[in-house]
Design a protein around this ligand. Structure first.
Ligand code: SF4
Ligand code: SF4
Ligand code: SF4
Length: 394
């Protein structure tokens, strides 16, 4: 028997009792009792619609695994929400970039009378209807099947999504040894802060540990790009704010950062939350605000010292050939895709930094270990072709 068949057999009253018995909360940024949402939607003089989806701000898509793994369960959960509200129509919204998944599921959803849409949910236009997260749909199906277990979903590393007790310490879910920072849903924390947090703080399910090899500014720019792609552009502060925020972080990673970008990021970020309609605008500024508040030193290194402490931002990385070690074999020259290595047999080879794309192929090719990488100052290097063994350091 499917979850929806089981819910129908149970009937409205028994089902509501089951939902109330576990105090089922709507998942997401504004948790509230699910049945309060249902009652509010039922006050709609028209038949309310049911809109299911991720939070618009779930740009890491960690929770989408629930749908891709067991779509029928999610469809059943949406059907149950439809039954509770006597819905006029049922929709499942998928992020705009998930068209392949939508195409794959469209017919199956259609068999449930569910219309699949690739878009973000317009919170203002749907306030009289029932919006539910796909996690809530999953919980409804589990309740109907008698398989419900309280908890929250988390996704760590390459492991599949799993449900754990909400009070599970983050330190039990991921190793914080050697951590520089921790992404927990929509926020960025120091390892010390993360030690005091639990699974329920991972709002979008994703827990990701950043180490010394990760650059906070680069990660922030990457995250803002995802948010910018998710923005529908209706709110000026989300549309323009995200463009500006991403631009400034990107400029900083590319060695063109200015001191005023820090203040400007804080200024724009602090007003976005109150001036936007949905979770994309409301939470996307938190990551750059957290990054600046907690990892200011990393921003200062990029802007003031022209250094990326993690060695990730290639604009600050120099690749050069150590004139004392080079034997003039020419192996690096042969593999350089940018054709920016000058040399001839038995002469010390030289890299033209201007054209170098920092692909690292010459480092792999040089068996002598003469090709070096540094984010610090370059040593004295030859300025013209010099015979091996003839270059003087001073
Ligand atoms: S905050 Fe506004 S512009 Fe941004 S995604 Fe939501 S509705 Fe669209
Ligand atoms: S840098 Fe390495 S690969 Fe290139 S010429 Fe010198 S020794 Fe050969
Ligand atoms: S890093 Fe790549 S582009 Fe630069 S010199 Fe080496 S092989 Fe050429």
């Amino acid at each position: 028997m499917t979850a929806f068949e089981s819910a129908k057999e149970m009937g409205y009253v028994a089902l509501v009792e089951k939902i109330n018995a576990v105090s089922l909360m709507e998942y997401g940024l504004c948790p509230e009792l699910f049945m309060d949402r249902v009652f509010r939607a039922n006050e709609n003089p028209e038949k309310p619609f049911v809109y299911a989806g991720l939070n618009n701000a779930d740009v890491d898509l960690a929770l989408l695994e629930l749908l891709s793994k067991d779509p029928e369960k999610i469809f059943d959960g949406i059907d149950i929400a439809g039954m509770l509200t006597d819905a006029g129509a049922k929709f499942l919204y998928l992020p705009v970039n998930c068209t392949a998944l939508a195409d794959e599921l469209r017919n199956k959803a259609g068999a449930h009378g569910i219309i699949l849409v690739n878009d973000i949910i317009n919170v203002r236009e749907t306030e009289k209807d029932l919006i539910l997260h796909i996690v809530t749909a999953c919980d409804l199906a589990d309740l109907a099947l008698g398989t419900y277990e309280a908890g929250v979903y988390v996704k760590t590393g390459e492991e599949p999504l799993k449900k754990v007790p909400a009070d599970t310490p983050v330190s039990d879910l991921v190793s914080l040894d050697g951590a520089k920072a921790v992404y927990l849903g929509y926020r960025l924390y120091t390892p010390e802060e993360a030690k005091a947090l639990t699974a329920k703080d991972a709002s979008s399910a994703l827990i990701r540990v950043l180490t010394e090899k990760d650059c906070i500014v680069d990660e922030t720019a990457r995250r803002l790009l995802l948010d910018r792609t998710a923005s529908c552009g209706k709110c000026v502060f989300c549309r323009e704010g995200l463009i500006q925020l991403e631009y400034m972080q990107k400029e900083i990673t590319q060695g063109r950062g200015k001191a005023e970008y820090i203040d400007l990021t804080q200024e724009i970020g602090s007003v976005m939350g109150d001036s936007t309609l949905c979770t994309v605008g409301q939470v996307s500024a938190d990551i750059p605000l957290d990054a600046i508040a907690k990892f200011r030193g990393e921003y200062d290194s990029h802007i003031k010292k022209n250094q990326c402490p993690a060695g990730v931002c290639t604009s600050f990385v120099h690749i050069y050939i150590d004139p004392q070690t080079c034997t003039g074999c020419g192996d690096c020259l042969d593999v350089c895709p940018a054709d920016c290595i000058e040399g001839k047999p038995k002469f010390i080879h030289m890299i033209d930094e201007f054209d170098c794309t920092k692909c690292g192929k010459c480092i792999e090719a040089c068996e002598e270990g003469a090709v070096q990488q540094t984010s610090g100052k370059l040593p004295k290097l030859p300025d013209r072709l010099t015979k091996v063994g003839k270059f003087k350091k001073h």
